[in-house]
Design a protein around this ligand. Sequence first.
Ligand code: UDP
Ligand code: MG
Length: 309
Amino acid sequence: MKRLSVVVPCCNEESNVRFFYEEFLKNEAFFRENDLTFELIYVDDGSKDKTLEAIKALRAEDERVSYVSFSRNFGKEAAMYAGLQKASGDYVATMDADLQDPPSLLPELYGYLQEGYDCAATRRVTRKGEPAIRSFFARCFYKMINRYSETEIVDGARDYRLMTRQMVDAVLSVKEYNRFSKGIFSWVGFKTKWVEFENVERLHGETKWSFWKLFRYALDGIFSFTAVPLSLVSGLGVFFCVLAFVMILFVVVRALIFGDPTSGWPSMVCIILLVSGVQMLCLGVLGQYLSKTYMEVKERPLYVIREEE
Ligand code: UDP
Ligand code: MG
């Protein structure tokens, strides 16, 4: 008998926890036919509502449900990591609690693993129900990161995927603090089958991703998986050096030939402003990498558990 573990990160999902469980159980016939047992691991990521109570109630009814509860909100990345660590199955799936990742897709995903893939992952083909400006920035992000990073990051990829034990162990061995899962899943490699589906709107509650949170997440991705900002900044530096050199030549030659009238105040101020501005920007970029390095060097745990069962 093979075992399937399903990791469900939850942050303020009190009304979705049970719906998810019920929807998931609709696969029971499939599990029986394929000789599969399962465990459902809810990770309560510092919810402020009754999520934990809802999970405990399920746990009391069904032994196959287990949970990890954090001492505060550590973010979805940490929640997924904790779930993957707790998972003991031969196959492990990660999916959202809000039913945006339909559990009815599991049999299909499982089928691909039987065909020899190490991972079956989902991507949505439409961004229906999403603000236009968000889709626009998302597209730009994927274009830029795929151009400059050696790790491919698929546009529209969701965190809904089914993996073999081998791949999960590989993902767990990547212990970095600044986690960008979409990148890590792709970085570990293995044969991945992409399954496309239409975007579904979330069942209850609201998305936890504001535009700025997403923007910062995108920056995380860029700084974790590319060094482009660094080379861009070096390029900029070279460009300004050359420009300054040409200008100095010009000014000196002009002073020698035409004498030195005291003009050029405003342009001087502009140049100083511009150059110092660029320097600040470059320092900022360096600072980004430094702060990431700083967090990694501290080797803090990714999460703190308050209770688990
Ligand atoms: N989530 C979490 N911690 C967070 C934010 C989100 O565990 O800090 C969970 C959330 O409960 C949900 C999943 O991550 O199960 C996806 O979140 P959401 O639906 O808000 O994101 P979206 O689907 O809009 O991308
Ligand atoms: Mg969602």
